[in-house]
Design a protein around this ligand. Structure first.
Ligand SMILES: [Zn+2]
Length: 374
């Protein structure tokens, strides 16, 4: 076959690949669940051995309804691709094909001269992007290793200062990528931190773990509900994963070095959700009112038309584990205002999302938070 498909060197994920000679050359594929119940993330490389004239490829995603939130309209499926190592860009809206037995397939046409192109579910965001972010933020921002993942990879925490014992500076602890494939949450966090950095000493102390499930990120796993234990359900006592142990310790260290004000956890929803950014509300242990409510309101106002009409949601969807999420743990065990934020992957309303738009969402979010600290 003149075309070869392989998992990408970084964040690679693809399975059940079937290639048929064309024209166009067709490539059927789906996302590899990597041993867990849920799948969504894919990232793979197409290499022409001998590009035929026209070099057209029809990329066909099989069984999209098996991927988390993948049952939505074809127009809401907007993966990204790049030629060689150029800039990632969105694919056009998918074309849907109904099969006689009721299954569906989604397809996109690609045309490039070769030799390689890459396709991913959404814009990747990994260690290199975090390094670029830290360089852009400049002093006093720094990266420290607070421990390791279950797979022995360093867990990096960014901060704009060490705080001080019993310090009075308002503090925000944040995290992204407990679910490894949720890269849109990372891009929004990136924009958030840029605004916080611009506020300088007048802004809050911020400690941030940008790539919490680093093993799944680097292994190309979706990392949502993986076995044996979802990181964002591992916040029981004692901790159920080594990352929870290490990050939990860091949060306790943080609490003693500032006036802890807000906990933020950045995520992405199902594949096809397009109605905007939203947050999950967690009841406190004694059912007192949601402590994060004033923050939610400020942020919703700042997000304006990027906020979902259904912005306040109760996290009452069924879970595979009964142990707490990070924000539930922070809210119920530490008594802190905590927000879990969901940033859609592909579109909000009719607008197709890019890293610049995700960062704008993060910028607006930060402006809402800074207004609350003023
Ligand atoms: Zn998530």
């Amino acid at each position: 076959m003149p075309l070869v498909v392989s998992p990408s060197p970084q964040f690679g994920n693809v399975c059940d690949v079937q290639i048929e000679a064309g024209p166009p050359t067709t490539v059927r594929f789906t996302a590899d669940p990597c041993g867990g119940p849920e799948a969504l993330w894919f990232c793979f490389t197409l290499t022409w051995r001998e590009p035929p004239a026209g070099a057209e490829v029809e990329l066909i995603l099989t069984n999209p309804n098996n991927l988390l939130g993948g049952g939505g309209p074809a127009a809401t499926w907007r993966p990204v691709w790049r030629v060689e190592h150029g800039a990632w860009q969105r694919l056009p809206a998918a074309t849907e094909r109904a099969l006689p037995d009721g299954r569906r397939e989604l397809s996109w046409r690609l045309n490039w001269d070769g030799p390689t192109a890459e396709v991913a579910f959404c814009y990747p965001y990994g260690r290199d992007d975090v390094a670029g972010l830290i360089a852009d933020l400049g002093a006093p921002w720094r990266a420290d290793t607070i421990g390791v993942s279950q797979g022995g990879r360093p867990l990096t925490r960014l901060s704009n200062g060490p705080g001080a014992p019993e310090g009075a500076r308002p503090g925000i602890y944040c995290m992204a990528r407990q679910h490894a494939g949720e890269t849109s949450g990372s891009w929004a966090l990136d924009g958030f931190l840029r605004v916080i950095a611009a506020a300088g000493d007048a802004g809050p102390l911020v400690w941030c773990v940008p790539l919490a499930n680093i093993d799944s990120i680097e292994q190309g796993e979706y990392g949502k509900d993986p076995y044996p234990y979802d990181l964002n359900r591992a916040w029981g006592s004692p901790p159920y994963r080594h990352e929870t142990l290490a990050i939990g310790d860091d949060v306790r260290r943080f609490l003693r070095r500032c006036r802890p004000t807000l906990i933020l956890d950045w995520h992405a929803p199902g594949a096809c959700e397009t109605d905007g950014v939203y947050t999950f509300v967690f009841p406190t242990a004694d059912n007192t009112p949601d402590q994060a409510a004033p923050w939610r309101e400020r942020v919703a106002a700042a997000l304006a038309d990027y906020a979902s009409p259904n912005y306040h949601r109760v996290a009452d969807y069924p879970s595979r584990w009964t142990t707490p999420s990070f924000t539930r743990w922070a809210s119920q065990s530490l008594g802190l205002p905590a927000m879990s934020i969901e940033v859609p992957y592909g579109m909000i309303g009719g607008q197709v999302l890019t890293p610049d738009v995700y960062r704008e969402i993060g910028r607006r979010f930060a402006e809402g938070v800074l207004a609350g600290l003023a």
